[in-house]
Ligand binder design. Sequence first.
Ligand code: AMP
Length: 439
Amino acid sequence: MCGEMSLLNLICYNVASEGGEILLYKAPRGTADILPEEQGYWRYIEDKAVALCRLYGYQRLDTPAFEDAGLFARSIGESTDIVTKEMYTFKDRSGNTLALRPEGTAPVCRAYLEHGLDNLPQPVKLYYLAAIFRYERPQAGRYRQHYQFGFEAIGDADPALDAEVIEMAWQFFKSLGLDHLFLYINSIGCKVCRRGYLNSLKSYYSAHIAGLCLDCKTRVERNPLRLLDCKKPSCHDVAAAAPKSLEHLCQDCGTHFEAVRKYLDILKLPFEVNHRLVRGLDYYTKTVFEFQPLDQGAQNAVGGGGRYDDLIQELGGKPTPAVGFAAGMERVVLNLKRRKILVPHVPAPKVFVAYLGNEAKLEAIRLASALRKDGVAVLMATGDKSLKAQLRQANSIGTSYVAIVGEEEVKSQAVTLRNMSTGEQQVVSPVQLKRLLKE
Ligand code: AMP
């Protein structure tokens, strides 16, 4: 520790002695700071998400940022990219193997079982807004820490629930002004009919193995479903002509998918069946779906989801069908910007309280405190800047008014109120000031 400190001191000394400024730390690769000027987008999305969940009867659930690593390996799938390459797994000081949450559904199911939510009338409808961690190769819209808005309906097998979840996702994007998205759906069957499908995929891909990327060569035996959503262009053509899951559905899965399509038609939601849509997590059964912007590549899905009828049982519960959805918040922000959608500003404080001189400072402190107690948002000056500098500061922050307290004002127990858009000034009493600012 002592060694580290002296090294740090040395760096600081060198920096200072050269009169320069270097950054000792930056945000880790693949993570991003959400600066104040970006916050309007995030508040806008969160407000729409919360309003939507209220509309559809979903309740919020927050789970820890890390869980037992086994929860994810068991649910997402031991041989998925997320588990084999992307999880932030670590041992804590007690030797527990934990992982930062790489997705939101498994923690919701864990909490559902842990807190006996299976005893409530089903389906139980829950939503979350949470940070997600995946060690991926960072690029536009792909981060190592990103945020997801997700919702889950647990405890009902009715295909009408699949359609409701898809409609809710659709309404979420629409309420944000994102009406340029394309909805793709598919059914990947249940564990019974998938067996036959996987065999057919294996024999097809074995015959085309020479043209596959290195990862896909191993996937043929390990996890053939993952072959279909490989992002490498070399694997696309092979995937395009691969056997289709819909041709292998058992009667129950076929009827279910038929019903989902019928309900989507009733809801007037346009969709396209995409035979290559399988999603990157192993727990999905039957319906899978994804929303993609028309103007971007397949790796830029803004959101997606599906049914996961076996997951709760896999985690130790009784057989419990479920369906859910998650959207990536950064990608939503990206699309809002690309579509030039204006979001409401996070308002600046209404008034900046400026002062000139020590005595005036005492009055100004009193005034700012009184205004805030009355519910007026105030930004208080500090230090001993000139009035010009204080007005410049108020202007850059965007407050509508500046309340100026100087020697004269202290004497006359008044305040000069400056309207920042017109430049007009008037001398008012503190009572008048409160009334004016509250109007
Ligand atoms: P998934 O959990 O993979 O189904 O992802 C749900 C949504 O989260 C995707 O549709 C993306 O919008 C978003 N997403 C997934 N991975 C990332 C990432 N690494 N960076 C940013 N957004 C992501």
